[in-house]
Design a protein around this ligand. Structure first.
Ligand code: SF4
Length: 313
């Protein structure tokens, strides 16, 4: 890639409108890697109730055959509340015209099918919504859900966002991911065969990985036929297994220089048709590394590095 192809540019080209993704966190959603179905505690970087006693306790019934979800009304209300509050802000700040509802927190295909259907269809019924982006794990999406999303994609812009993180099985074990890269490969193949848009999420700086490993994950992700990609530095927040390792001196976060160097090399590897949805991440609730505190400063360093590398913005 020699010209930065952001997701914003992809949307502008396709719809010729100002479109924003509206992030939503559905109460009661969890993850099979937290609730004991796959594992307990979750990925080592995931903040969840295993490490935080005050974390949300109320969870939906996770029997995938169950139609009984006592939290459904509360979930619909939360969806409405978050959507309408966020778009008010986006319209004011960015003059956004249309929206994609982004089911972001936890595993957004891990719930009874008719709960998912109700929530997705509620989101699609909101004004100016043109589609959905659904964040999930490759081991937690059923054929029913995939086929249903395929039907929706005839009328809406539908994206499935899978956490890949790394293509190295040793790393996936170290981070307690609960599935291997074969699972990622098979699920993404199936999703692409249905004609759905796929975004893959990668993390740089995972324990034990050098730049060669990180770039191999990029190469392997491209080979899966993904349509879009997100890059994320591994940072440490409290209430995670990684925080315990970090405090014991067992984990050293990636430096900003190494992260940006890897990112630029990764972007250069991308074919021009894969859009970039994220180049970095920051949080205020941070233990380390310090440079992840300020995302706008990171972005200015990344833009400088992109220009230096001859990648047009
Ligand atoms: S898959 Fe996501 S929600 Fe589940 S444990 Fe890992 S980071 Fe947390």
């Amino acid at each position: 890639m020699d010209r930065l192809y952001t997701f914003g540019k992809y949307l502008k080209k396709k719809f010729n409108k100002k479109i924003k993704k509206v992030p939503i966190s559905i109460p009661g959603f969890t993850c099979p890697n937290i609730d004991g179905t796959v594992a307990r505690g979750g990925c080592i970087f995931c903040e969840n109730e295993s490490f935080s006693p005050n974390f949300q306790k109320e969870r939906i019934t996770l029997n995938l055959n169950s139609k009984d979800n006592p939290l459904l009304q509360k979930q619909i209300e939360a969806l409405k509340f978050q959507f309408f509050n966020t778009i008010k802000l986006y319209k004011k700040l960015y003059k956004s015209e249309k929206f994609i509802v982004y089911f972001q927190s936890f595993t957004n295909t891990y719930a009874p099918f008719d709960t998912l259907k109700t929530l997705y269809e509620t989101a699609l019924s909101f004004p100016d919504v043109i589609g959905l982006s659904i964040g999930t794990r490759t081991d937690s999406i059923t054929d029913d859900t995939l086929n249903y999303l395929k039907e929706l994609s005839k009328d809406y812009e539908i994206w499935v966002e899978y956490g890949i993180q790394s293509s190295n099985d040793e790393t996936l074990k170290k981070i307690n991911r609960g599935h291997d890269f074969k699972n990622v490969r098979e699920t993404i193949k199936k999703t692409k065969e249905l004609g759905l848009n796929v975004c893959g999420h990668l993390i740089f700086g995972l324990p034990g990985e050098n730049q060669k490993d990180m770039l191999k994950s990029v190469e392997d992700s491209i080979a899966l036929g993904i349509d879009s990609i997100k890059f994320h530095p591994l940072y440490v927040t409290d209430n995670t297994l990684l925080a315990i390792e970090y405090k014991k001196g067992e984990f050293t976060p990636i430096s900003e220089e190494d992260y940006i160097d890897t990112l630029i090399k990764a972007i250069k590897m991308l074919p021009q048709n894969i859009s970039i949805q994220r180049m970095t991440a920051g949080t205020t609730n941070l233990l380390a590394p310090e440079w992840c505190k300020d995302k706008s400063l990171q972005m200015s360093h990344i833009h400088k590095a992109l220009k230096k590398a001859g990648i047009k913005l």
